[in-house]
Ligand binder design. Structure first.
Ligand code: ZN
Length: 294
């Protein structure tokens, strides 16, 4: 079961969060049939969004969108407070040969662009408050560094972000996925930042630790070394979309009765595919007629 944990370190001056997201990323890859490179890119973005949203409260929604200049065109992930995350790649077929060191060329398919973060609250209650939006240019396209760059430039939070998605040749293709994030609060002692940087520099590669089956706590220990920390909470996380047959019907109804009449006459039905989860909803003639009767 995938899990997200969060806590505080160094006398509550450093926030830490870590997650294992293997099943979540497997489900995204299964639904969107992403290429190997796009699978790694989408898995990293979904995991990073989950970590960035680790303190979401009920009715909050966090969306991270990369508008990419490269072949993948765009990547979107959205996290809710209950641990559900959904996401997609605009061009799931975008791919590149693996690099000489065996890593996936995520920057090759992202190719620059912008990373946008949208924080909203109350949307499920019908409220429409102004969303908080922050945007930064893509720096490396590796995604973890780009999220760290967003935190520093847009939220003035120095941070370290490590995201790992490892693949295997046979289904379900994703071997393990996860990530860890450390955020320095304004009260953090600069020496702590230096200690953490030093630990990270000498720690085994996070991707390798994830590949070898690390738990979220293992990842935090790996990042913090000898620094004391306390885990304050944990939650189960999963790939989950909020689309439904009813929402598909409402969407078709919103096109107007003339449009529905022509769907009925010409196509004898309608098909809606959810962009976030690739679920297909088929409305038959009776479904369309009941929209017209409303
Ligand atoms: Zn959906």
């Amino acid at each position: 079961m995938d899990k997200l944990i969060h806590g505080l370190a160094a006398d509550a001056t450093v926030r830490v969060m870590a997650a294992i997201t293997t099943d979540m990323v497997r489900e995204a890859v299964r639904r969107h049939r992403t290429s190997p490179t796009a699978s790694v890119a989408l898995g990293r973005l979904m995991t990073g969004t989950l970590l960035l949203g680790s303190s979401l409260k009920e009715y909050d929604r966090l969306t991270v969108r990369i508008d990419a200049a490269g072949d993948v065109e765009g990547l979107v992930a959205e996290a809710l407070a209950d641990g559900s995350v959904r996401g997609y790649a605009r061009n799931p077929a975008a791919d590149r040969p693996q690099r000489a060191d065996g890593s996936f060329d995520v920057p090759g398919i992202v190719g620059g662009g912008m990373l946008n973060v949208v924080r909203e609250t109350g949307f499920e209650l019908g409220l429409r408050p102004e969303p908080y939006v922050g945007s930064v240019p893509i720096e490396t396209g590796e995604i973890a560094e780009d999220i760290a760059s967003y935190l520093l430039k847009s939220e003035q939070i120095p941070s370290a972000v490590m995201l790992g998605v490892t693949l295997q040749a046979e289904e379900p293709f994703v071997r393990h996925a996860g990530g860890v994030m450390i955020q320095m609060l304004p009260t953090a002692n600069p020496n702590i930042a230096v200690m953490i940087e030093d630990t990270i520099l000498h720690a085994p590669n996070v991707t390798e630790a994830i590949r070898d089956g690390a738990t979220p706590e293992d990842l935090i220990k790996l990042m913090l070394g000898v620094i004391d920390y306390e885990i304050l909470g944990q939650k189960d996380v999963r790939f989950q979309c909020n689309c439904s047959f009813e929402r598909a019907v409402n969407l078709i109804a919103s096109l107007g009765k003339d449009e529905v009449r022509s769907m009925l006459a010409e196509d004898k039905g309608a098909t809606m595919t959810c962009g976030f989860c690739n679920e297909e909803y088929r409305l038959n003639e009776d479904d369309l007629r009941s929209i017209l009767e409303q």
